[in-house]
Design a protein around this ligand. Structure first.
Ligand SMILES: [Zn+2]
Length: 90
């Protein structure tokens, strides 16, 4: 019995989590591009950025906060102006 409860809790929290994932995209949160390479430390607002054009690996579009929090990326040197203008809104 206890096991069934645990499983249903796990399923419940999973469905809540996936709903939140969807919500993240609905909120139209900023998405950025990263080069899916171990060497890469930056994220980019523009897919046609000259720095990301040098990417030898796959270019992935992800949420800005994921790029920062999960991948530990910092903004591309060519795009710092984009960063500062969006920050002033907060
Ligand atoms: Zn860039």
């Amino acid at each position: 019995m206890k096991k069934i409860v645990l499983i249903s809790i796990a399923l419940l929290s999973y469905s809540v989590y996936s709903q939140e994932e969807k919500k993240e995209y609905k909120k139209d949160e900023k998405q950025v591009y990263i080069c899916n390479s171990m060497k890469s430390e930056r994220y980019h607002y523009k897919k046609d950025c000259r720095a990301i054009q040098k990417c030898q690996d796959t270019i992935v579009k992800i949420l800005l906060k994921k790029a920062r929090n999960i991948y530990g990326r910092t903004v591309c040197g060519f795009e710092t102006h984009v960063e500062s203008s969006s920050r002033s809104k907060n």
